[in-house]
Design a protein. Structure first.
Length: 424
């Protein structure tokens, strides 16, 4: 689509936007006395207005029913992990039996690595992207050490080519082939947190499987942001958090996917807990763990209702809007942001956009590598009413979110950036 830099054009796009009414379902934080221009949904999604209602219902059921709420609450707590399955399956392109809400992202990454990283003297390497999110790096290192191996030998990090900011698919596939018989596991993000680059999950899984390795995915920045087809793509496992694009609130219950073909495997070692036990006999409290089939068999503890209730509230909006419509709007929003950023950069070279220019290779986020005075520009943007995200040493991340950002938001953001960049 051809963009125009006038305010009236932005307003026209908002009028034509079939999802425009969703914006009023969210609270926008204040900066000073003004509603902030919020572009930080990649870090913490905004609070849906229906969150409080569902939390109140759970509190009420607790006060009225006590322990009986496990069976007689509006949403019986015993079964709470099941209530989000259909919506999570739609978001991730999975079967309901392949997804479950549980724990936190890093915990789930450890649980999955415990099962899918079983190194031996021949096959012990893990391929990951260089510069992975810190928590993931610590999980990789510590899992490797748990098996008495050294990250220097076992962890293979793939770097961009010199002078480039993002990875080439061919380089990822070549590395997988090269490490072939020594490769145990490939772990990639769906969307990389720093660069905003989106990866082809199906192609990575296929290459990993071709050499006899597993493929797992960290979808922290992908779920609720880009369409996913985990089942068809044959991912072995995936993990995600729910407080970024899923808007379930700080520390909300996270999620995990295990492909159906592993659903009945008894040979996969795991860290077990009672909530992962075969459901019908869970309360017999017997010795000897027998896993439930599917991803449910990786659960440890009973469900955190107060961090899962907001997820239920938020998933309603995703179901109503639908991922295809959200993605259509997202491609347009981000394309419009990119257009206005390039206008700002026309006269002066303030930054370069390191996120891939091809919409298929990115989600909603654009990452700007600032050429000079980056932090100063960022601080002035904040003073001007923008909530965005600064990553050391010199990157500003901007994420227009199709559920609650408007084209006019982007117009205003760009106007503020043009002004503060010129003075910095
Ligand atoms: C946000 C994020 C995390 C955070 O981990 P938690 O366990 O939720 O604290 C981890 N990895 C990636 C890639 C992330 O983007």
């Amino acid at each position: 689509m051809k963009f125009d830099k006038s305010l009236s054009f932005a307003r026209d796009l908002d009028r034509q936007d079939p999802l425009r009414s969703f914006r009023s379902r969210f609270y926008f934080p204040l900066l000073g006395k003004k509603k902030a221009l919020y572009f930080c949904g990649n870090s913490l999604g905004l609070e849906p207005k229906n969150t409080l209602g569902i939390l109140k219902e759970e509190l009420e059921d607790w006060s009225k029913l006590g322990v009986e709420a496990h069976f007689h609450a509006r949403r019986p707590w015993m079964h709470y992990h099941k209530f989000s399955k259909n919506a999570l399956a739609r978001l991730t392109g999975a079967k309901p039996s392949e997804v479950v809400a549980m724990n936190q992202l890093t915990v789930n990454l450890h649980l999955m690595m415990t099962s899918f990283y079983r190194p031996d003297s021949q096959r012990f390497r893990i391929i990951v992207e260089a510069g992975a999110f810190s928590s993931d790096q610590y999980a990789f290192e510590s899992q490797i050490r748990l098996h008495h191996l050294e990250p220097e030998n076992a962890l293979v990090e793939i770097y961009p080519r010199s002078g480039e900011q993002t990875l080439r698919m061919e380089d990822i596939l070549t590395a997988i082939r090269q490490h072939g018989e020594h490769l145990s596991l490939v772990i990639f993000p769906g969307v990389q947190y720093y660069s905003g680059q989106r990866f082809n999950i199906g192609a990575i899984a296929e290459a990993a499987h071709a050499v006899g390795a597993y493929a797992g995915f960290d979808l922290a920045h992908a779920v609720g942001n880009v369409p996913l087809t985990l089942h068809k793509d044959n991912a072995d496992f995936a993990v995600w958090c729910s407080y970024k694009y899923l808007n379930a609130g700080p520390g909300a219950v996270a999620g995990a996917f295990v492909h159906e073909r592993h659903a009945h495997r008894q040979d996969l070692q795991r860290l077990a807990g009672w909530w992962g036990y075969e459901e019908k006999d869970r309360f017999l409290m017997r010795k000897g763990f027998r896993p439930a089939t599917g991803v449910d068999g990786w659960q440890l503890s009973n469900f955190p209702v107060f961090s899962g209730a907001p997820l239920m509230a938020s998933l309603k909006h995703f179901d109503e809007a639908g991922m295809p419509a959200l993605r259509r709007k997202s491609v347009r929003l981000t394309g419009y942001l990119e257009f206005l950023l390039k206008e700002i950069n026309k006269q002066h070279d303030y930054f370069s956009i390191i996120t891939p220019a091809d919409p298929d290779e990115r989600g909603c986020q654009l990452s700007l590598l600032m050429k000079r005075n980056g932090k100063k520009i960022f601080d002035r943007m904040t003073k001007g009413g923008v909530i965005a995200d600064w990553r050391e040493p010199d990157v500003i991340r901007l994420s227009p979110v199709p559920l609650y950002n408007s084209f006019e938001d982007i117009f205003r953001l760009a106007a503020i950036m043009a002004e503060v960049s010129a003075d910095s």
